[in-house]
Unconditional design. Structure first.
Length: 173
């Protein structure tokens, strides 16, 4: 039953992405052009991007390099760094992991150090710093993490690379 519900959620999310993308493509990305103008104060030229901001939007809309999904995933990118740089260099630059999982109720809070960072691997602005001044409030953290794990990051901002990321909670030193 849980597997069926999970599969249904993934299919629904993918269908939403297809419908949204098709509609925006048919309207020549009017929503994205309006968002761009509202934020930056000048027109978005998708056909001939000149500014860095225009080129970033073009890349977001049209670049489908599968490496973007790997490098957008805060967990999978660690494997990629190891593959490219080797274990020795990767161990020197990667922040040590304390926990990875998809169920916030299974986080071993009692075994974590006094200071750490909690984040999701599939989105931005989903970080919580835990330290002496801001200790973990487990009930609130669990609720917040559940919410973040159900949120389809990037869906309506044309950030397609985030759509295929298996959502996880990561805790680092």
């Amino acid at each position: 039953m849980i597997y069926t519900f999970s599969l249904f959620k993934e299919l629904f999310r993918y269908a939403n992405w297809i419908i949204f993308s098709a509609r925006e493509n048919m309207t020549s990305f009017q929503k994205e052009k309006k968002r761009f103008f509202d934020k930056l104060g000048y027109q978005l030229d998708i056909d001939n991007p000149k500014s860095l901001n225009q080129k970033i939007v073009w890349k977001k809309l049209f670049d489908r390099n599968p490496l973007l999904t790997i490098t957008s995933d805060k967990y999978k990118v660690r494997e990629y760094v190891r593959l490219i740089l080797g274990d020795k260099t990767a161990n020197e630059i990667l922040v040590p992991l304390l926990y990875v999982g998809n169920d916030p109720t299974k986080i071993p809070f009692q075994r974590l150090p006094e200071e750490y960072v909690i984040k999701t691997n599939h989105a931005s602005k989903t970080n919580i710093l835990i330290d002496r001044k801001h200790p973990a409030e487990i009930k609130l953290l669990t609720k917040q993490l559940h919410h973040w794990l159900t949120k389809p990051y990037g869906l309506f901002a044309y950030e397609w690379a985030y759509q295929k990321i298996k959502r996880l909670v990561i805790i680092e030193t």
